[in-house]
Design a binder for this molecule. Structure first.
Ligand code: E4P
Length: 215
């Protein structure tokens, strides 16, 4: 399973990359807005740190605008993946960019047919938003399971990127449901190697050792 960090904050990206298990980065306009920095400039900085796929979202919502921005973003670095909304216009841009050899991440996916259509258009990634579905009292994980089943039924190569992950339990469930990738906020990455019994156990091992041998 690949692990991406969902942030535009360079410090967080560097800290996550230092762990040695970071495969990529996702950004979006809201995350960039928090950083108050030019989107293109920040993408260039991120691509210097992370060599895996870096998702760069377009701001345009019409086909021509998405194509223009998508081509521009793709020139920033060879690991840029153009992030497009899962709309009709986005679907058309996905197919056209795919035909030009530019990989796409189809974002804001909330139902299985969006995932089916973008796979047919050659998307590299599809991003079902688990947390936002849970927020409206539906089951986000069910969407991951349905997309997994559809992609496996027909052998689609589009990768399922579980997005809008809010806590470690989401992460465990995504791994069990067969998501190919999860994009996770830094706060969740920090929790992924934590367990109180690990800390207590380690403390006890060291105390026992010290008692027997001193030091
Ligand atoms: C994914 O690419 C999105 O940037 C992200 O996961 C959205 O998460 P949110 O619902 O917590 O904003």
């Amino acid at each position: 399973m690949d692990l991406y960090i969902d942030t535009a904050n360079l410090d967080e990206i560097k800290q996550a990359a230092d762990l040695g298990v970071l495969d990529g980065v996702t950004t979006n306009p809201s995350l960039i807005a928090k950083e108050k920095i030019d989107y293109g400039k920040r993408l260039g900085q991120i691509c210097e740190v992370v060599k895996g796929p870096v998702s760069a979202e377009v701001i345009a919502i019409d086909f021509n605008g998405m194509m223009k921005e998508g081509r521009e973003r793709a020139k920033i670095a060879e690991n840029i993946v153009v992030k497009l909304p899962s709309t009709v216009e986005g679907l058309r841009a996905c197919k056209a960019l795919h035909d030009e050899g530019i990989p796409t991440n189809m974002t804001l996916c909330f139902q299985p047919l969006q995932a089916l259509m973008v796979a047919k258009a050659g998307a590299f990634l599809v991003s079902p938003f688990i947390g936002r579905i849970d927020d409206i009292a539906e089951d986000g994980m069910d969407l991951i399971r349905k997309i997994r089943q559809i992609y496996d039924n027909y052998g689609y190569e589009t990768k399922i990127l579980a997005a809008s992950i809010r806590h470690p339990k989401h992460m465990v469930e995504c791994a069990l449901a067969g998501a190919d990738v999860a994009t996770v906020p830094f706060s969740v990455i920090q929790q992924m190697m934590k367990h109180p019994l690990t800390d207590v156990g380690l403390e006890k091992f060291l105390a026992d050792y010290k008692k027997a041998f001193g030091g």
